[in-house]
Design a protein around this ligand. Structure first.
Ligand code: ZN
Length: 490
């Protein structure tokens, strides 16, 4: 292991803890994925990028990470509760498509967007509808243990009974007394003992199209159940990290804890991690507010709030600029500043190739490295990390200007460090690939012409003419100079 200093903020304990995996070097990480009924937006980008950083850094530290991120394709109802239409079924009716066509279409689009953002695909991406049998089995287990009850074909989790033995609300800090008074009683909840009980299995109304047979009724699983089931199936009854957006903390994750504990008799998650939300010009993002921006709209600049298009890497850089637990406000100014910052970082990195080395360094490379990794180890503190990386860029610029100097060893160390941090850990890529292709091509032509000069020097005129003729046939104009050559593409 490269580091044993990584500290992670555990939402459950409300403090940072030294990260110690249950079965090092193996790490199990589960992150709640999207409900696939619409285009991915900024709100999807933040957890995907925040946990991509966690995934990348843990792998960098030589952990063997199994990263599970689910696709919710059934059971997520329009009001996020126990009543109403399924979000996917509703969209399917609107579009006159089969629900699974909606699921496939938006899953594909989500994957495309995640690729553009350069997030690494999870190790396993299970879907709720592919685990109906496992969900039914967990309901059986919870009922057998006495924490669920059936009413008219639906099965509900008995929160009050669970709370007598375990602590319901430990993650969100809510106490059951408050839930009595604060939980609204909605229509269709008359079956429940208490309005805060949540469904594990729901009997489908005649018009509900997404349904499966069960011993209780033709119906569908409750939204919270899939994550308890799929995390247990792929990561075991106890695993290391569970992540997701802060909006999922209650009730979704609270219910997950209750389900897993009720079924297995023990807590399943060691570290709960939550990313904060994105606001737009200080306001919550919402379709009704007209400030709902999809990732495609961002990449194309196609929204009334956007002054320009922002590339996927600018979005990625912008999200990484702030700490994952802090709120992040989107604005054109903030994104434009992010774009400038990113270019400055890439420019600094590129300058490393142009530096002339000295006998001795006058700058401290080790210190920048040490501080940067300390920032990452401090609960993935990317804003502090960037501050150190930009200090490094200033240092590179002064070496380039001749005000400071770098030894060959230090230069190599700095190159490796920046390359690992920028590309491997932060997952940034230089988007101007056209320019990169040109650069590579230029280097190849230079190489060929250098070989031609060597051939000439060895009086191998056949080879030297061959190189010249073939390059010129491709379209290169070559001019011999006294001390070398010049070329351009016609
Ligand atoms: Zn979930």
């Amino acid at each position: 292991m490269k580091s044993n200093k990584l500290q992670i903020y555990n939402t459950l304990k409300r403090e940072k803890e030294i990260f110690e995996p249950i079965n090092a070097p193996h790490v199990g990480m589960y992150v709640c994925g999207p409900t696939v009924y619409g285009d991915a937006h900024l709100g999807h980008a933040r957890p995907a990028i925040s946990f991509d950083l966690v995934f990348r850094y843990l792998q960098y530290l030589d952990y063997k990470v199994r990263y599970v991120r689910n696709i919710t394709d059934v059971g997520h109802l329009v009001n996020d509760g126990d009543d109403g239409d399924d979000k996917i079924a509703k969209k399917a009716r609107l579009e006159q498509l089969e629900p699974m066509e909606i699921v496939q279409y938006y899953t594909n689009r989500y994957h495309d967007n995640m690729k553009q953002l350069n997030t690494i695909s999870p190790s396993i991406e299970p879907s709720a509808s592919g685990h109906i049998i496992e969900q039914q089995a967990m309901i059986d287990q919870i009922m057998e243990n006495g924490f669920a009850y059936e009413v008219d074909g639906s099965v509900y989790f008995d929160v009050e009974k669970y709370n007598k033995k375990h602590n319901y609300g430990k993650l969100s800090g809510r106490i059951i007394e408050d839930l009595y008074s604060n939980t609204r009683s909605l229509d269709g909840q008359k079956d429940k003992k208490n309005s805060f009980d949540f469904s594990l299995w729901k009997k489908a109304k005649p018009e509900h199209i997404m349904r499966w047979p069960s011993k209780w009724s033709d119906g569908f699983p409750g939204w919270h159940l899939e994550c308890s089931v799929m995390s247990t199936k792929y990561l075991g009854q106890q695993f290391d990290i569970h992540g997701g957006g802060m909006d999922l903390l209650f009730p979704h994750h609270e219910c997950e804890i209750a389900q897993s504990t009720a079924a297995n008799g023990q807590e399943s998650v060691k570290y709960w991690m939550h990313n904060n939300m994105i606001t737009i010009n200080g306001k919550k993002m919402g379709k009704s507010l007209g400030n709902f921006i999809t990732l495609d709209e961002l990449f194309l600049g196609d929204h009334k709030l956007l002054e320009q298009a922002y590339s996927p890497m600018v979005i990625r850089f912008f999200i990484l600029l702030s700490h994952y637990r802090k709120p992040l406000d989107f604005s054109n100014e903030a994104l434009q500043a992010a774009e400038k910052g990113m270019l400055r970082l890439f420019h600094g990195f590129a300058r490393l190739d142009k530096i002339k080395v000295a006998q001795k360094s006058t700058v401290n490379v080790g210190e920048i490295k040490q501080k940067s990794f300390a920032a990452l180890d401090d609960d993935f503190n990317t804003p502090i990390l960037f501050a150190h990386l930009f200090d490094g860029v200033r240092m590179i610029n002064s070496v380039y200007a001749g005000d400071e100097s770098l030894s060959a060893t230090d230069l190599q160390e700095l190159k490796t460090f920046y390359s690992e941090i920028i590309f491997d850990i932060l997952g940034l890529v230089e988007e101007d690939t056209q320019k990169n292709d040109d650069e590579v091509l230029g280097k190849v032509v230079d190489l060929m012409l250098t070989m031609r000069m060597e051939a000439k020097a060895n009086k191998d005129f056949a080879l030297s003419d061959k190189i010249r003729n073939e390059l010129s046939a491709i379209g290169f104009e070559i001019k011999d100079k006294k001390d070398g050559f010049e070329w351009k593409l016609r």
